[in-house]
Design a protein around this ligand. Structure first.
Ligand SMILES: [Zn+2]
Length: 376
């Protein structure tokens, strides 16, 4: 979720870890795009807490075991290869996938890329944010099941595969002093343990590209920060034959990105367009306080801009599927889609790790990867 949509607080409930995979049927700090001095990068930026990525040899790419093939997927097979490209997007809660890079995922699905969304937690401590659904005990008492159904609907809208990593929402601690995190929640699970779970999934799905959040979580929720830590650790360990024995054959993803949602450039584009069209802008206050808010955040370093204007409807359909979490009258939906297409028809990402050569700025998450896969 963009930060202002996200309000995970302490509703009760517990979740049994499970690990199912199903196939789909079918807000941030400011930052200008950065331009690294050397356009050909192999390792970009300094992230995480596990040092550098080993330049391990890339394994041959076998058929992916967790997502069936289809004519659509076959269409995306790189020339010289009969295997589709694969993208794994790791998120903290159900709904995060629909507000961060969702149109990009839908575009890649349409191009035949296999896309797997991973939800680290079931979001069972998320507040009901839709005013029309607040205060209904039948929803609050069954929030976990309802959020599973919402996620399934969002998954159908995007056409992606989905996997529950099986951990319990940590909730967003509030108060001064902050209360302790609830026992057994995702953020308190030892990193080694949750990393092992994700490494096993990486070795099964064999993504060429992964996405996650930056080291600040993109938004300071304990599950978002943990999502970053687990994703980076799994990216770095999955290709290491010595790491996590018993979780499958090593597989080294080639690129790791951080989601970038609301840059100042994007918010200003929306604000100015609304003013121009005579529509009241919900962004005035946000922009007025931008520097103050940005001071406590980590400015994204945009490296990659994906054109995805034709997939905004599917992004919005997926977001609205999370009916308990989203106010359909909220600011997220204030900018008409034709205006969005006109002024900001993209989603953006920050390249955090690359084991292939690529030129920055990029317009494709698989830049450099297609060539590598084609050569295998
Ligand atoms: Zn979240």
């Amino acid at each position: 979720m963009p930060e202002v949509l996200e309000r995970n607080t302490g509703l009760g409930g517990s979740a049994k870890p499970d690990a199912r995979v199903s196939s789909g049927s079918s807000g941030e700090a400011s930052g200008e795009a950065s331009r690294p001095a050397n356009p050909a990068v192999r390792v970009v930026g300094a992230i995480g807490n596990n040092g550098g990525v080993s330049d391990a040899p890339v394994s041959p790419i076998p058929a992916p075991p967790v997502n069936g093939s289809s004519a659509r997927q076959a269409a995306a097979a790189p020339a010289g290869s009969d295997q589709p490209l694969r993208l794994m997007c790791v998120h903290a809660h159900p709904d995060d996938e629909s507000s961060k890079g969702a149109a990009t995922m839908a575009r890649y699905v349409d191009e035949g890329v296999e896309v797997l969304v991973v939800s680290c937690t079931a979001g069972e401590r998320g507040d009901v944010l839709n005013p029309a659904l607040k205060g209904r005990p039948e929803i609050e008492e069954n929030i976990r099941e309802i959020r599973r159904a919402e996620m399934a609907q969002a998954q159908r809208a995007l056409g992606v595969a989905h996997h529950w990593l099986g951990y319990v929402d940590s909730g967003l601690p509030e108060g001064d002093p902050l209360p302790p995190l609830p026992e057994g929640c995702f953020a308190l699970v030892p990193l080694e343990e949750s990393t092992r779970t994700l490494v096993e999934l990486v070795r099964r799905f064999r993504p060429h590209v992964m996405t996650t959040y930056n080291e600040k979580g993109g938004y300071p929720h304990p599950d978002h920060i943990r999502c970053h830590e687990v994703s980076v650790a799994a990216f770095e360990a999955a290709g290491d034959p010595e790491a996590f024995p018993g979780t499958g054959d090593p597989w080294q993803p080639l690129k790791l990105y951080y989601d970038v949602t609301f840059t100042k450039e994007r918010v200003e584009a929306f604000h100015n367009a609304l003013v121009e069209h005579g529509i009241e802008s919900p962004y005035s206050e946000w922009l007025a306080n931008w520097e103050e808010r940005a001071a406590s955040m980590r400015a994204p370093k945009v490296t990659t801009t994906i054109y995805c204007a034709d997939h905004f409807e599917r992004r919005d359909a997926a977001l609205l599927a999370h009916a308990t979490q989203v106010d359909p009258q909220g600011w997220f939906f204030k900018v008409p889609l034709d205006v969005q297409r006109e002024v900001f028809p993209w989603e953006q990402f920050e390249l955090a790790r690359s084991l292939v050569d690529t030129d920055i700025p990029e317009d494709d998450l698989f830049a450099g990867v297609r060539e590598r896969v084609r050569a295998t």
